[in-house]
Write a protein that binds this ligand. Structure first.
Ligand code: BES
Ligand code: ZN
Length: 480
């Protein structure tokens, strides 16, 4: 009897202390803001440590809401940390391990063809689908469903385009039940170098009992990214570097999803050449169109590159729009996670800070309030310019072809091939037109064979035979 009472007591005590613990979280935030919030909520906040820029804090749920509520006027935010150790660790500045990337603008013709295809209606369709889930708060089943359905949408687009070099995957998290989804387009020449663009798919309401359809924040970003993928698929784009498009979980509760993903990339030593965030793309609140955020944690080089792209592609003509600069003042969105781990990050925003959509985190953040996608279309264009120029189309070399390795000839619109060293088989044949676009791709498993090309128009092509051993042989041929 006595024993069971003790047991019940222990269980009760554990439950109570767990309930109390779960109301407090570890986080890092701007050092000056931490001092300010400590004066507002002395009993609900502990500053564990701080450096010149950031403080590690232990804060109550009320304080996190108070931080959120101040965002539109004041601008502080916080980054969730799963333990005291993680919060303290995050204070140690990560030395940027910046991958040297050639920020050049060389793909004029292809980029302009892509810009012509951007369709605002498609962006609207996806925003409307996402706002119909209701609040996509990270603990709600609707949030997870939105992620799974987005994955299905992307998968359907990929299979309709017949692309076997593009995949999606779910990233499950430790600190939120909500998953993230990642789309990967394998780089053809330097697949270990990554160019990444993303946005968050969760939403939040404050006060927390309100609705948060999150049309602008951030269904707009997800819809803009989806439209960019549609255009790249329509143009059969094969990048040189690997491209990833990410829809993050749980941004609104302290960059939880992107922090876990960026941390994993950093631990795995993944070379991310550049990261760009699309969070709120559909509301025009200021005189210029796109505002590049110039907070000190962002990459100056990457920001300069985005501005050069807009000077080059959007200075005049059919795709013209304007840009300015602004600052968030804090780690206001997922790009801060990538910057935290030393990667080049940038965040082009919909307006000057403070003139952005006044309805975010509220029931009024609907497509009806946005009215159209004219603004988001500009972001889709900048996003395409960025992905194509930073990842570059596949480099086709004819130098790696050895006459000794492979025989090919074309007769009656049929390509015949024969591998001389039969120790390896041909695994894949790809054919490109002179514009570098992939016009044919088929899985093979032999050392010789023929491929009928009767539906191809006359002209110059490049064949690429990928062998079992990973080598590839490239050869030009003429079809007449
Ligand atoms: N989309 C907002 C960020 C934002 C709002 C940027 C207004 C610029 C102007 C984002 O989803 C958000 O609300 N972020 C949180 C910070 C996060 C670390 C919890 C915020 O700003 O409170
Ligand atoms: Zn947002």
């Amino acid at each position: 009897m006595k024993k069971s009472i003790t047991l019940i007591l222990i269980l009760l005590l554990t439950a109570v202390s767990f309930a109390q613990d779960s109301k407090f979280i570890y986080a890092t935030m701007d050092a000056a803001d931490a001092v300010y919030f400590k004066t507002l909520h002395p009993d609900e906040m502990t500053i564990l440590a701080s450096n010149d820029y950031q403080a590690a804090v232990f804060i109550s749920e009320e304080v996190t809401h108070s931080i959120h509520d101040n965002v539109t006027t004041h601008g502080p935010g916080y980054i969730f940390r799963s333990s005291k150790e993680k919060a303290l660790e995050a204070l140690e500045r990560v030395e940027p391990k910046k991958l040297l990337i050639d920020y050049t603008i060389t793909e004029d013709a292809f980029v302009n063809e892509c810009l012509d295809l951007v369709d605002g209606q498609k962006i609207e369709d996806v925003i409307r689908v996402l706002e119909d889930y209701g609040t996509r708060y990270h603990t709600r089943p609707q949030a997870e469903q939105a992620v799974l359905d987005l994955q299905t949408r992307w998968d359907n687009m990929i299979s309709a385009a017949g692309r076997t070099d593009i995949h999606t995957r779910i990233f499950t998290h430790v600190n939120t039940p909500m998953p993230s989804v990642i789309l990967t387009i394998d780089g053809a020449n330097t697949p270990d170098e990554f160019v990444i663009i993303g946005g968050h798919i969760d939403s939040t309401a404050s006060p927390s009992d309100d609705d948060a359809p999150g049309a602008d924040d951030d269904a707009s970003g997800i819809a803009t990214l989806t439209e960019m993928v549609r255009v790249l698929l329509a143009k059969n784009f094969v990048p040189n570097r690997t491209i990833e498009v990410m829809a993050f979980a749980a941004e609104e509760v302290g960059l939880v999803g992107s922090d876990e993903i960026a941390a994993k990339y950093a631990v795995d030593g993944v070379d991310v050449a550049a990261y760009v965030q699309f969070d709120m793309t559909a509301y025009k609140g200021s005189a210029e169109d796109i505002y590049i955020t110039t907070d000190p944690y962002n990459s100056t080089e990457l920001n300069d590159f985005l501005m050069e792209l807009m000077d080059h592609y959007n200075g005049s003509g059919a795709h013209a729009f304007t840009y300015g600069t602004t600052i968030c003042n804090y780690g206001c969105s997922d790009h801060a996670s990538w910057a935290n781990y030393g990667y080049n990050a940038a965040f082009p925003f919909e307006a000057a800070f403070g003139e952005h959509n006044p309805n975010i985190h509220r029931a009024g953040d609907t497509f009806a309030f946005l009215n159209n996608t004219d603004h988001a279309v500009k972001f889709a264009k900048l996003g395409l310019e960025f992905l194509i120029e930073a990842a570059k189309p596949q480099i086709l070399s004819v130098e790696d072809f050895s006459e000794l390795a492979m025989n090919i000839y074309v007769k009656n619109k049929t390509l015949n091939y024969q591998l001389k060293n039969t120790a390896s088989n041909v695994k894949q044949l790809e054919i490109f037109n002179v514009a570098g676009q992939k016009v044919f791709s088929d899985a093979l498993n032999n050392a010789s064979g023929e491929v009928k090309l009767e539906h191809f128009s006359q002209g110059f092509y490049i064949s690429k035979f990928v062998l079992e051993n990973g080598h590839s042989l490239t050869q030009k041929f003429i079809l007449n």
